[in-house]
Design a binder for this molecule. Structure first.
Ligand SMILES: [Zn+2]
Length: 322
């Protein structure tokens, strides 16, 4: 994956946009554990009201991140990821989402590893598919819980599922919780990465369904308190434009910035098969792939901004691929 850069002087800029952002904060009211007296209230303090972010509840998304972090490290093929799978599937079923499990085996540097993509397929009369995706595995590093890298985007996707499964949509919408994005080795060297997305894209190509997937939108590392989402330059320009222009319209122009950056991620598995795809990611965080990627790095407001942009961009996306 891409190089990391230090950001300076950014906090004040974002603080002007996101009122009451606690830059560099280590604790927040939302840090109360799941057994706190009033956890819903604690999270609601830190996230904007769902009515102001397209019905997407940043506090709910944050609670999912909290639960995934509480599971502990969950790299592909471990007991930890089986607990994460149980959590994700139970939540999705609780939202009334139709859930499918795609079990497969991957050949990795440590041998054959059983993996599982978790899919939600929300039907509609329109065969066109819009696919949202996140990886939920964590990097195979001792004591690494991946609150931002793996957790944040999975929390966003779970909350997105709650919203989208509970309403009628103009197009068929799929959500993919992908296994095995992270490299087993410390370094990111092909083909030791993106096992889940490559399996999903290959199986859809084989069944002939892939041609119906008109847009694949990936979220990854969408949790930091001072987010900078650069236009990912491998991504399909028109799809990136819809997302970034929606963000600008909503007042998030300082978060979804016009600067470009190339990132290798799960969206490449679809781009390589000519499916339009885009990646929303802030890879330039100092805690990336370190044990400092902990819950205090995740801000419910950033989850809410990401979810708001995904939901608010849907009408324009539907118009484009109709
Ligand atoms: Zn990672």
């Amino acid at each position: 994956m891409g190089a990391r850069f230090q950001r300076t002087g950014f906090c004040a800029t974002v603080a002007a946009v996101l009122v009451a952002v606690a830059c560099g904060h280590q604790t927040s009211p939302a840090m109360d554990g799941p057994k706190a007296a009033s956890p819903a209230l604690a999270s609601a303090v830190a996230a904007p009201a769902a009515e102001t972010t397209g019905g997407f509840d940043g506090a709910r998304a944050y609670k999912h991140v909290e639960q995934l972090v509480a599971i502990g490290p969950h790299p592909a093929g471990t007991d930890g990821i089986r607990r994460a799978q149980t959590y994700i599937i139970e939540q999705l079923k609780g939202f009334g989402c139709p859930v499918e499990e795609q079990d497969f085996h991957a050949s990795t540097p440590i041998g054959d590893v059983a993996m599982k993509n978790i899919l939600v397929k929300i039907p509609s009369a329109n065969p066109n598919i819009i696919l949202y995706a996140s990886h939920y595995d964590t990097k195979r590093i001792d004591k690494f819980v991946g609150a931002d890298d793996g957790g944040s985007s999975t929390g966003v996707l779970l909350e997105l599922a709650r919203v989208l499964c509970g309403r009628k949509n103009a197009q068929t919408i799929w959500l993919a919780f992908l296994d095995g994005e992270e490299a087993f080795n410390l370094q990111w060297v092909d083909p030791d990465n993106t096992y889940g997305s490559r399996e999903l894209a290959a199986s859809l190509a084989l069944s002939g369904t892939l041609r119906h997937v008109k847009a694949m939108i990936l979220v990854d590392m969408v949790g930091p308190a001072n987010p900078v989402f650069k236009r990912e330059t491998n991504s399909t320009p028109w799809l990136t434009e819809i997302l970034w222009s929606t963000a600008a319209r909503l007042g998030y122009g300082n978060v979804f910035v016009n600067e470009g950056s190339a990132v290798e991620d799960d969206h490449l598995s679809f781009l390589n098969r000519d499916v339009p795809a885009a990646d929303i990611i802030d890879l330039e965080v100092p805690y990336w792939h370190t044990t400092n990627d902990t819950l205090d790095k995740v801000d419910p407001r950033t989850l809410a901004i990401t979810g708001h942009v995904l939901i608010a961009s849907l009408p324009e996306l539907e118009k484009k691929i109709r």
